[in-house]
Design a protein. Structure first.
Length: 278
């Protein structure tokens, strides 16, 4: 997920969006203790306006309320799997992206409120009668989902996809053909289609924002972060289910890392479990 490292969130929000389906799918390999630690870390960071979790182990142990050695080990594993270092702090990519998105919308609402919320001054002239009919029919909002659905190649879970399309950001909801093109490009880039997101969950996860950001920035912001995770997993000889899932989701980056000599094909097979794809 694309992260704007120069962003400085300022809004404090009490509510936090948790995409339950993605959360459950991404934590199936964790113990209940690890899940509890993970949620504590996410809640603490959200309350701190997503400014990041300190890098010092004793700091995130304290934040997650880890006392025993086993609890501290669970905390270290969660940090390693679900957080990356950004500007001297640990951040969860998905959470930071959501925070920046929400604060941006709040600021836009404030601006709109200032522009349209002022009461009009009372007129000194009496109202004049007009012959304009009062029962003007409302203009029906255009439904762009059929256009999107017609153009995509992977037509599954249409009902959920239609529901999620209605929640797409306003700037994108009027671009069904462009969204379809972006989804198709994403779908065809995933070599093993078992790991490709369905259109419904691609929309709900706002993956179109990731692809737009990568297009604008030449993918220079995201690849180094993913490469760091690959190399750390190889260094630690960590071939957990998380590493396998992450590598499969970003297989083009694995191929790029091998091509550029950052990792070897043998390392990718042994530690990233890429034997069925390389």
């Amino acid at each position: 997920m694309y992260i704007n490292e120069n962003s400085k969130p300022t809004e404090k929000l009490k509510a936090w969006y948790l995409f339950t389906e993605d959360f459950i799918a991404g934590t199936t390999h964790l113990t209940n203790e690890m899940i509890g630690v993970y949620i504590r870390l996410l809640c603490w960071n959200w309350n701190k306006r997503c400014k990041g979790i300190p890098l010092e182990p004793q700091a995130h142990h304290r934040i997650a309320n880890c006392i025993t050695d086993a609890e501290k080990k669970s905390c270290d594993q969660v940090i390693k799997e679900f957080f990356i270092e950004v500007n001297g702090h640990y951040q969860n990519e998905r959470q930071l992206q959501e925070y920046l998105f929400i604060t941006k919308r709040i600021e836009a609402s404030k601006i709109n409120g200032r522009l349209g919320g002022r009461p009009k001054k009372p007129s000194l002239n009496p109202p004049t009668l007009t012959t304009t009919p009062t029962n003007i029919p409302k203009t029906k909002k255009k439904d762009n989902f059929p256009i999107f659905w017609k153009d995509i190649t992977n037509k599954v879970s249409k009902g959920i996809a239609e529901k999620n399309y209605k929640n797409v950001d306003k700037e994108w909801i009027e671009k069904p053909k462009e969204l379809a093109e972006m989804y198709n490009k994403y779908f065809h880039s995933v070599e093993d289609k078992r790991f490709a997101k369905q259109p419904a969950y691609w929309l709900s996860a706002k993956k179109y924002e990731d692809q737009e950001a990568e297009k604008q920035n030449g993918n220079t912001e995201v690849y180094p972060l993913r490469l760091k995770i690959f190399k750390q997993a190889i260094k630690d000889k960590d071939n957990s289910s998380f590493v396998t899932s992450f590598a499969n989701q970003h297989f083009p980056d694995v191929q790029r890392a091998i091509k550029e000599g950052e990792i070897t094909k043998e390392q990718a097979i042994k530690y990233l479990n890429m034997g069925n794809r390389l």
